[in-house]
Design a protein around this ligand. Structure first.
Ligand code: SOE
Length: 393
Protein backbone atom coordinates (compact mmCIF):
# COMPACT_ATOMS: atom_id res chain seq x y z
CA UNK A 1 0.00 0.00 0.00
CA UNK A 2 1.59 3.29 -1.05
CA UNK A 3 0.76 6.95 -0.43
CA UNK A 4 -2.79 8.17 0.04
CA UNK A 5 -4.80 5.66 -1.96
CA UNK A 6 -4.49 2.02 -2.84
CA UNK A 7 -3.17 1.30 -6.33
CA UNK A 8 -5.78 -0.58 -8.35
CA UNK A 9 -6.05 -2.18 -11.77
CA UNK A 10 -9.23 -3.08 -13.60
CA UNK A 11 -9.24 -6.14 -15.83
CA UNK A 12 -12.21 -6.04 -18.22
CA UNK A 13 -13.48 -2.70 -19.44
CA UNK A 14 -17.11 -3.28 -20.45
CA UNK A 15 -20.14 -1.73 -18.75
CA UNK A 16 -19.32 -3.11 -15.31
CA UNK A 17 -15.59 -2.30 -15.57
CA UNK A 18 -16.57 1.37 -15.93
CA UNK A 19 -18.78 1.11 -12.81
CA UNK A 20 -15.80 -0.33 -10.87
CA UNK A 21 -13.46 2.40 -12.17
CA UNK A 22 -15.75 5.17 -10.99
CA UNK A 23 -16.31 3.56 -7.57
CA UNK A 24 -12.55 2.98 -7.16
CA UNK A 25 -11.77 6.61 -7.84
CA UNK A 26 -14.49 7.85 -5.47
CA UNK A 27 -13.06 5.59 -2.75
CA UNK A 28 -9.72 7.39 -3.10
CA UNK A 29 -7.84 4.71 -5.04
CA UNK A 30 -5.29 5.47 -7.73
CA UNK A 31 -6.44 3.84 -10.96
CA UNK A 32 -3.03 2.62 -12.10
CA UNK A 33 -4.24 0.95 -15.27
CA UNK A 34 -6.80 -1.10 -17.12
CA UNK A 35 -6.60 -4.23 -19.27
CA UNK A 36 -9.07 -4.93 -22.07
CA UNK A 37 -9.17 -7.87 -24.48
CA UNK A 38 -6.32 -6.40 -26.58
CA UNK A 39 -3.68 -3.66 -26.10
CA UNK A 40 -5.30 -1.08 -28.42
CA UNK A 41 -8.62 -1.46 -26.58
CA UNK A 42 -6.77 -1.11 -23.26
CA UNK A 43 -5.35 2.24 -24.42
CA UNK A 44 -8.79 3.47 -25.48
CA UNK A 45 -10.34 2.30 -22.21
CA UNK A 46 -7.56 3.96 -20.16
CA UNK A 47 -8.34 7.28 -21.87
CA UNK A 48 -12.10 6.81 -21.41
CA UNK A 49 -11.89 5.75 -17.76
CA UNK A 50 -9.08 8.13 -16.74
CA UNK A 51 -6.63 5.34 -15.86
CA UNK A 52 -2.86 5.84 -15.78
CA UNK A 53 -2.16 3.31 -18.51
CA UNK A 54 -3.50 0.57 -20.72
CA UNK A 55 -1.92 -2.85 -20.13
CA UNK A 56 -1.02 -5.30 -22.89
CA UNK A 57 -2.76 -8.09 -21.01
CA UNK A 58 -4.50 -9.10 -17.78
CA UNK A 59 -1.27 -10.86 -16.75
CA UNK A 60 0.67 -7.60 -17.05
CA UNK A 61 -1.91 -5.80 -14.89
CA UNK A 62 -1.75 -8.51 -12.21
CA UNK A 63 2.08 -8.44 -12.18
CA UNK A 64 2.32 -4.64 -11.81
CA UNK A 65 4.01 -3.91 -8.43
CA UNK A 66 2.13 -0.58 -8.21
CA UNK A 67 -1.16 -2.48 -7.98
CA UNK A 68 -2.54 -3.47 -4.55
CA UNK A 69 -6.04 -4.58 -5.62
CA UNK A 70 -7.15 -6.17 -8.90
CA UNK A 71 -10.78 -5.77 -10.02
CA UNK A 72 -11.81 -8.67 -12.28
CA UNK A 73 -14.64 -7.61 -14.61
CA UNK A 74 -14.16 -10.08 -17.47
CA UNK A 75 -16.54 -12.81 -18.71
CA UNK A 76 -17.32 -15.41 -16.05
CA UNK A 77 -15.24 -18.27 -17.52
CA UNK A 78 -12.04 -16.22 -17.05
CA UNK A 79 -12.60 -15.38 -13.36
CA UNK A 80 -10.83 -18.50 -12.06
CA UNK A 81 -7.60 -17.94 -13.96
CA UNK A 82 -7.32 -14.22 -13.24
CA UNK A 83 -8.42 -14.39 -9.59
CA UNK A 84 -5.99 -17.25 -8.85
CA UNK A 85 -3.14 -15.35 -10.50
CA UNK A 86 -3.95 -12.14 -8.62
CA UNK A 87 -4.15 -13.88 -5.22
CA UNK A 88 -0.91 -15.74 -5.88
CA UNK A 89 0.71 -12.40 -6.77
CA UNK A 90 -0.32 -11.15 -3.32
CA UNK A 91 -3.03 -8.77 -4.50
CA UNK A 92 -6.40 -8.08 -2.94
CA UNK A 93 -9.15 -9.10 -5.38
CA UNK A 94 -12.63 -7.91 -6.25
CA UNK A 95 -14.07 -10.51 -8.63
CA UNK A 96 -17.38 -10.03 -10.42
CA UNK A 97 -20.18 -12.54 -9.84
CA UNK A 98 -20.68 -15.36 -10.46
CA UNK A 99 -17.28 -15.95 -8.83
CA UNK A 100 -16.72 -19.01 -11.03
CA UNK A 101 -18.71 -21.13 -13.46
CA UNK A 102 -18.60 -24.22 -11.22
CA UNK A 103 -18.75 -24.74 -7.46
CA UNK A 104 -15.47 -26.69 -7.59
CA UNK A 105 -13.70 -23.67 -9.11
CA UNK A 106 -15.30 -21.33 -6.57
CA UNK A 107 -14.10 -23.65 -3.78
CA UNK A 108 -10.53 -23.50 -5.12
CA UNK A 109 -10.73 -19.71 -5.12
CA UNK A 110 -11.96 -19.62 -1.52
CA UNK A 111 -9.14 -21.91 -0.45
CA UNK A 112 -6.53 -19.85 -2.32
CA UNK A 113 -7.89 -16.61 -0.86
CA UNK A 114 -7.69 -18.06 2.67
CA UNK A 115 -4.12 -19.26 2.13
CA UNK A 116 -3.08 -15.90 0.69
CA UNK A 117 -4.55 -13.95 3.61
CA UNK A 118 -5.69 -11.29 1.11
CA UNK A 119 -9.06 -9.59 1.01
CA UNK A 120 -11.20 -11.19 -1.72
CA UNK A 121 -14.72 -9.89 -2.32
CA UNK A 122 -17.64 -10.36 -4.72
CA UNK A 123 -19.98 -7.47 -5.63
CA UNK A 124 -23.30 -8.60 -4.22
CA UNK A 125 -23.90 -4.88 -4.10
CA UNK A 126 -27.63 -4.81 -3.37
CA UNK A 127 -26.70 -5.49 0.26
CA UNK A 128 -25.51 -1.88 0.33
CA UNK A 129 -28.89 -0.20 -0.14
CA UNK A 130 -29.49 1.61 3.16
CA UNK A 131 -33.11 0.37 3.28
CA UNK A 132 -31.93 -3.23 2.81
CA UNK A 133 -29.78 -2.71 5.90
CA UNK A 134 -32.87 -1.34 7.67
CA UNK A 135 -34.89 -4.46 6.76
CA UNK A 136 -32.10 -6.68 8.03
CA UNK A 137 -31.77 -4.80 11.32
CA UNK A 138 -35.52 -5.01 11.95
CA UNK A 139 -35.66 -8.73 11.19
CA UNK A 140 -32.77 -9.40 13.51
CA UNK A 141 -34.42 -7.27 16.19
CA UNK A 142 -37.35 -9.76 15.86
CA UNK A 143 -39.78 -7.05 14.68
CA UNK A 144 -41.32 -9.39 12.10
CA UNK A 145 -41.61 -12.33 14.49
CA UNK A 146 -40.85 -15.87 13.31
CA UNK A 147 -40.59 -15.91 9.51
CA UNK A 148 -43.38 -17.66 7.58
CA UNK A 149 -42.62 -17.11 3.89
CA UNK A 150 -40.12 -15.38 1.61
CA UNK A 151 -41.00 -14.64 -2.00
CA UNK A 152 -40.13 -12.39 -4.89
CA UNK A 153 -38.58 -12.00 -8.28
CA UNK A 154 -35.72 -10.52 -10.24
CA UNK A 155 -36.88 -9.42 -13.69
CA UNK A 156 -35.11 -7.67 -16.59
CA UNK A 157 -35.97 -7.17 -20.28
CA UNK A 158 -32.63 -6.51 -21.95
CA UNK A 159 -32.65 -9.95 -23.65
CA UNK A 160 -36.29 -9.94 -24.76
CA UNK A 161 -35.65 -9.39 -28.46
CA UNK A 162 -34.21 -12.33 -30.42
CA UNK A 163 -31.58 -9.90 -31.78
CA UNK A 164 -30.36 -9.08 -28.26
CA UNK A 165 -27.23 -10.91 -27.26
CA UNK A 166 -24.17 -10.75 -25.06
CA UNK A 167 -21.30 -13.03 -24.01
CA UNK A 168 -23.44 -14.15 -21.03
CA UNK A 169 -25.72 -16.01 -23.47
CA UNK A 170 -22.84 -18.28 -24.49
CA UNK A 171 -22.36 -21.08 -21.91
CA UNK A 172 -18.67 -21.36 -22.83
CA UNK A 173 -18.09 -17.77 -21.64
CA UNK A 174 -20.83 -17.27 -19.06
CA UNK A 175 -21.37 -20.74 -17.59
CA UNK A 176 -24.20 -23.29 -17.83
CA UNK A 177 -26.69 -21.03 -16.04
CA UNK A 178 -27.28 -17.50 -17.33
CA UNK A 179 -30.37 -15.73 -15.93
CA UNK A 180 -30.22 -17.51 -12.59
CA UNK A 181 -26.43 -17.14 -12.19
CA UNK A 182 -26.46 -13.52 -13.36
CA UNK A 183 -29.37 -12.14 -11.35
CA UNK A 184 -31.05 -14.97 -9.38
CA UNK A 185 -27.70 -15.18 -7.55
CA UNK A 186 -28.14 -11.58 -6.31
CA UNK A 187 -31.66 -12.31 -5.03
CA UNK A 188 -30.60 -15.45 -3.14
CA UNK A 189 -27.59 -13.71 -1.61
CA UNK A 190 -29.77 -10.82 -0.54
CA UNK A 191 -32.61 -12.74 1.07
CA UNK A 192 -30.24 -15.09 2.92
CA UNK A 193 -28.24 -12.16 4.21
CA UNK A 194 -31.27 -10.05 5.16
CA UNK A 195 -33.38 -12.82 6.70
CA UNK A 196 -30.65 -14.90 8.34
CA UNK A 197 -32.39 -17.95 6.81
CA UNK A 198 -30.28 -20.44 4.89
CA UNK A 199 -31.49 -22.19 1.75
CA UNK A 200 -31.03 -25.95 2.16
CA UNK A 201 -32.88 -27.51 -0.79
CA UNK A 202 -34.51 -26.52 -4.06
CA UNK A 203 -36.81 -27.64 -6.82
CA UNK A 204 -36.28 -25.57 -9.93
CA UNK A 205 -37.20 -25.32 -13.59
CA UNK A 206 -35.35 -23.36 -16.28
CA UNK A 207 -36.63 -22.32 -19.67
CA UNK A 208 -34.99 -20.91 -22.79
CA UNK A 209 -37.71 -18.83 -24.43
CA UNK A 210 -35.58 -17.33 -27.22
CA UNK A 211 -34.09 -20.40 -28.94
CA UNK A 212 -31.62 -18.58 -31.23
CA UNK A 213 -29.69 -15.34 -30.93
CA UNK A 214 -26.95 -13.77 -33.05
CA UNK A 215 -23.54 -15.39 -32.49
CA UNK A 216 -20.27 -13.45 -32.51
CA UNK A 217 -18.22 -11.91 -29.78
CA UNK A 218 -20.03 -8.83 -28.55
CA UNK A 219 -18.99 -7.16 -25.33
CA UNK A 220 -21.28 -5.97 -22.58
CA UNK A 221 -24.90 -5.11 -23.39
CA UNK A 222 -25.32 -5.06 -27.19
CA UNK A 223 -28.12 -5.72 -29.60
CA UNK A 224 -27.47 -6.93 -33.14
CA UNK A 225 -28.15 -3.41 -34.40
CA UNK A 226 -25.10 -2.17 -32.48
CA UNK A 227 -22.72 -5.02 -33.19
CA UNK A 228 -21.46 -6.81 -36.30
CA UNK A 229 -24.04 -8.88 -38.20
CA UNK A 230 -23.75 -12.51 -37.14
CA UNK A 231 -25.61 -15.70 -37.99
CA UNK A 232 -28.02 -16.96 -35.33
CA UNK A 233 -26.77 -19.70 -33.02
CA UNK A 234 -28.79 -21.96 -30.69
CA UNK A 235 -29.09 -20.69 -27.12
CA UNK A 236 -28.38 -23.23 -24.36
CA UNK A 237 -28.64 -20.94 -21.33
CA UNK A 238 -31.96 -20.08 -19.67
CA UNK A 239 -33.97 -16.88 -20.16
CA UNK A 240 -36.33 -17.58 -17.24
CA UNK A 241 -36.21 -19.66 -14.06
CA UNK A 242 -38.59 -20.63 -11.29
CA UNK A 243 -37.32 -21.99 -7.99
CA UNK A 244 -38.94 -23.11 -4.74
CA UNK A 245 -36.51 -23.44 -1.82
CA UNK A 246 -36.76 -24.64 1.77
CA UNK A 247 -34.65 -23.08 4.51
CA UNK A 248 -32.98 -24.67 7.53
CA UNK A 249 -35.94 -23.68 9.71
CA UNK A 250 -38.54 -24.87 7.19
CA UNK A 251 -39.49 -21.52 5.62
CA UNK A 252 -40.61 -21.76 1.97
CA UNK A 253 -38.86 -19.35 -0.43
CA UNK A 254 -40.24 -18.77 -3.91
CA UNK A 255 -38.29 -16.97 -6.66
CA UNK A 256 -39.04 -16.04 -10.28
CA UNK A 257 -36.17 -14.90 -12.52
CA UNK A 258 -36.39 -13.51 -16.04
CA UNK A 259 -34.31 -11.54 -18.53
CA UNK A 260 -37.20 -11.38 -21.02
CA UNK A 261 -39.98 -9.53 -19.12
CA UNK A 262 -40.94 -6.42 -21.11
CA UNK A 263 -40.70 -3.21 -19.14
CA UNK A 264 -38.83 -4.73 -16.21
CA UNK A 265 -35.39 -3.12 -16.31
CA UNK A 266 -33.74 -4.29 -13.11
CA UNK A 267 -36.60 -5.20 -10.81
CA UNK A 268 -35.23 -7.10 -7.87
CA UNK A 269 -38.18 -7.38 -5.45
CA UNK A 270 -38.62 -9.38 -2.26
CA UNK A 271 -41.18 -9.80 0.48
CA UNK A 272 -40.39 -11.39 3.83
CA UNK A 273 -43.49 -12.32 5.81
CA UNK A 274 -43.27 -12.88 9.56
CA UNK A 275 -45.86 -13.81 12.18
CA UNK A 276 -46.14 -10.14 13.27
CA UNK A 277 -45.21 -8.12 10.18
CA UNK A 278 -44.11 -8.23 6.55
CA UNK A 279 -41.41 -6.24 4.82
CA UNK A 280 -41.02 -5.44 1.09
CA UNK A 281 -38.02 -4.03 -0.79
CA UNK A 282 -37.98 -3.06 -4.48
CA UNK A 283 -34.55 -2.32 -6.01
CA UNK A 284 -36.12 0.14 -8.47
CA UNK A 285 -37.62 2.13 -5.54
CA UNK A 286 -34.71 1.71 -3.13
CA UNK A 287 -35.36 4.76 -0.99
CA UNK A 288 -38.37 3.12 0.65
CA UNK A 289 -39.23 0.06 2.67
CA UNK A 290 -42.81 -1.17 3.07
CA UNK A 291 -43.45 -2.52 6.54
CA UNK A 292 -46.93 -3.80 7.37
CA UNK A 293 -48.78 -5.34 10.29
CA UNK A 294 -52.36 -6.61 10.03
CA UNK A 295 -53.83 -3.25 11.13
CA UNK A 296 -51.17 -0.74 10.09
CA UNK A 297 -48.90 -0.12 7.15
CA UNK A 298 -45.80 2.08 7.17
CA UNK A 299 -43.64 3.34 4.33
CA UNK A 300 -40.20 3.89 5.81
CA UNK A 301 -38.10 6.48 3.96
CA UNK A 302 -34.31 6.51 3.93
CA UNK A 303 -33.08 9.12 6.37
CA UNK A 304 -29.51 9.53 7.65
CA UNK A 305 -30.95 10.81 10.95
CA UNK A 306 -33.05 7.77 11.82
CA UNK A 307 -33.10 4.00 11.67
CA UNK A 308 -30.47 1.34 12.10
CA UNK A 309 -26.78 2.12 12.49
CA UNK A 310 -26.07 0.54 9.10
CA UNK A 311 -28.85 2.49 7.34
CA UNK A 312 -27.31 5.66 8.70
CA UNK A 313 -23.75 4.63 7.84
CA UNK A 314 -24.64 3.96 4.20
CA UNK A 315 -26.86 7.02 3.73
CA UNK A 316 -24.43 9.34 1.96
CA UNK A 317 -27.00 11.86 0.69
CA UNK A 318 -29.70 13.82 2.57
CA UNK A 319 -33.23 12.38 2.63
CA UNK A 320 -35.17 12.95 -0.60
CA UNK A 321 -31.96 13.12 -2.66
CA UNK A 322 -32.23 9.69 -4.23
CA UNK A 323 -29.48 7.16 -3.69
CA UNK A 324 -29.36 4.03 -5.82
CA UNK A 325 -27.24 1.39 -7.51
CA UNK A 326 -24.19 3.64 -7.97
CA UNK A 327 -23.98 4.45 -4.26
CA UNK A 328 -24.31 0.73 -3.43
CA UNK A 329 -21.39 -0.04 -5.68
CA UNK A 330 -19.34 2.82 -4.24
CA UNK A 331 -20.02 1.64 -0.68
CA UNK A 332 -19.09 -1.94 -1.57
CA UNK A 333 -15.77 -0.87 -3.12
CA UNK A 334 -15.00 1.54 -0.26
CA UNK A 335 -15.70 -1.23 2.29
CA UNK A 336 -13.47 -3.65 0.37
CA UNK A 337 -10.63 -1.12 0.47
CA UNK A 338 -11.29 -0.55 4.19
CA UNK A 339 -10.91 -4.31 4.70
CA UNK A 340 -7.62 -4.20 2.76
CA UNK A 341 -6.48 -1.52 5.21
CA UNK A 342 -7.35 -3.92 8.04
CA UNK A 343 -10.66 -2.34 9.08
CA UNK A 344 -13.88 -4.32 9.69
CA UNK A 345 -17.09 -3.53 7.83
CA UNK A 346 -20.47 -5.20 8.30
CA UNK A 347 -21.92 -7.22 5.45
CA UNK A 348 -18.96 -7.24 3.08
CA UNK A 349 -19.59 -10.09 0.59
CA UNK A 350 -16.48 -12.23 0.26
CA UNK A 351 -15.36 -15.20 -1.84
CA UNK A 352 -17.16 -17.40 0.75
CA UNK A 353 -20.39 -15.77 -0.37
CA UNK A 354 -19.37 -16.35 -4.01
CA UNK A 355 -18.93 -20.05 -3.24
CA UNK A 356 -22.25 -20.12 -1.40
CA UNK A 357 -23.86 -18.70 -4.53
CA UNK A 358 -22.08 -21.21 -6.80
CA UNK A 359 -23.46 -24.05 -4.64
CA UNK A 360 -27.00 -22.68 -5.00
CA UNK A 361 -26.60 -22.30 -8.78
CA UNK A 362 -25.29 -25.85 -9.07
CA UNK A 363 -28.27 -27.21 -7.09
CA UNK A 364 -30.69 -25.24 -9.28
CA UNK A 365 -29.12 -26.68 -12.44
CA UNK A 366 -29.20 -30.20 -11.04
CA UNK A 367 -32.80 -29.89 -9.86
CA UNK A 368 -33.97 -28.59 -13.21
CA UNK A 369 -32.19 -31.46 -15.01
CA UNK A 370 -33.55 -34.18 -12.69
CA UNK A 371 -36.89 -32.51 -11.86
CA UNK A 372 -36.26 -33.45 -8.22
CA UNK A 373 -35.81 -31.69 -4.91
CA UNK A 374 -32.05 -31.20 -4.59
CA UNK A 375 -29.90 -30.49 -1.51
CA UNK A 376 -27.72 -27.37 -1.56
CA UNK A 377 -24.14 -28.03 -0.45
CA UNK A 378 -24.01 -26.69 3.14
CA UNK A 379 -20.70 -24.86 3.07
CA UNK A 380 -19.47 -22.40 5.65
CA UNK A 381 -20.84 -18.91 5.25
CA UNK A 382 -18.52 -16.12 6.30
CA UNK A 383 -21.10 -14.01 8.07
CA UNK A 384 -24.66 -15.01 8.91
CA UNK A 385 -25.63 -12.58 11.66
CA UNK A 386 -25.28 -8.80 12.03
CA UNK A 387 -23.10 -7.20 14.66
CA UNK A 388 -24.90 -6.34 17.88
CA UNK A 389 -24.22 -2.63 17.19
CA UNK A 390 -26.59 -2.70 14.18
CA UNK A 391 -29.84 -2.06 16.00
CA UNK A 392 -32.65 0.30 15.12
CA UNK A 393 -31.97 3.66 16.79
C1 SOE B 1 -26.90 -7.80 -16.20
O1 SOE B 1 -27.94 -8.70 -16.12
C2 SOE B 1 -26.58 -7.13 -14.88
O2 SOE B 1 -25.69 -6.09 -15.14
C3 SOE B 1 -25.95 -8.06 -13.86
O3 SOE B 1 -24.78 -8.67 -14.35
C4 SOE B 1 -25.68 -7.28 -12.58
O4 SOE B 1 -25.07 -8.07 -11.63
C5 SOE B 1 -26.98 -6.68 -12.07
O5 SOE B 1 -26.67 -5.85 -11.00
C6 SOE B 1 -27.66 -5.88 -13.13
O6 SOE B 1 -27.78 -6.60 -14.32
Amino acid sequence: MRGFGLGVAIVGTGMIGAVHARAARLAGARLIGVAASEPSRSEQAAARLGAGRGYDSAEQAIADPAVDVVHICTPNATHLEFALAALKAGKGVICEKPLATTAADARLLVQTARESGRVATVPFVYRFHPMVREARARIHAAELGPLQLIHGSYLQDWLLDSNDTNWRVDAAKGGASRAFADIGSHWCDLIEWVSGERLVSVIAALNTTVPERPGGNRQSYASAAQGEAAAPVPVTTEDVAGALFKTQSGVLVNLTVSQVSAGRKNRLWFEIDGAQASVVFDQEEPERLWLARTRSTELLVRDPNTGSAEQRRLATLPPGHAQGYAQCFEAFVADTYAAVRGETRDGLPTFDDGLRSANIIEAVLKSSATQCWTAIEPEHRAEARPRSSDRTA
